[in-house]
Design a protein around this ligand. Sequence first.
Ligand SMILES: Cc1cc2nc3c(=O)[nH]c(=O)nc-3n(C[C@H](O)[C@H](O)[C@H](O)COP(=O)(O)O)c2cc1C
Length: 217
Amino acid sequence: MTSPKQLLRNLKSLSGPFLSFDVKQLPENPGELFLRWLNLAIENGVKEPHAMTLSTIDAEGCPDARVLILKNVVGDKFYFASSSESRKGQQLKRNPKASLTFYWPILGRQIRLRGTVEDLGDEAGAADFKERSVEARAVALMGNQSQELENEEELEYSLARQRERIKRTPEITTLNWRLYAMNVWEAEFWQGDIHRKHTRIQYYWVDGQWKHRRLWP
Ligand SMILES: Cc1cc2nc3c(=O)[nH]c(=O)nc-3n(C[C@H](O)[C@H](O)[C@H](O)COP(=O)(O)O)c2cc1C
């Protein structure tokens, strides 16, 4: 049997071919470069390019991470939505510093963002909630995200109840569902190279403005 080490060694990574990354044509801020890259990702058929890893810090200072969907980008604010009662919601309440990471394999591109997350308030949360599908609203209405689930029946029962509530009161919302924005203060755009001569551009916020520099691979 193939050992895990051999199994992993046999896998290819960064095999390309990749798009070029012209570092002489950089916009002034990372939000703009992100949107350029996002458009290219969509044009090139990257699956779920809006799926990103949100990393947070727990009360003991230990990192935690999970995948979320990017909801919007406005300037250098990156939006996502979740339950304030979830583990991440609790962690963000305690420590709003976080990071977001994207990886688009067929382009060999990684984007790393660091920043401070703000909860955008009741109205913004409710507006995002209303845009969700019935199923997604029913799940959010249950409100126990990240709590222990004792059995499947309990979940089915709770979901059926929430679907019923939505049918009776279509405009129903929950304060648990929050829209968050991460205000970015550091961003890195990484273009992989098949010969491992990767191109890295880091933006950093200093003295009230964005600067950028190239990093060693
Ligand atoms: C592709 C993908 C998209 C997801 N999108 C969201 C999302 O937008 N919001 C959310 O709360 N959870 C989303 N999840 C589930 C989270 O990864 C996570 O399991 C959940 O939010 C609980 O995380 P927590 O226990 O750290 O709070 C998504 C998972 C995947 C794989």
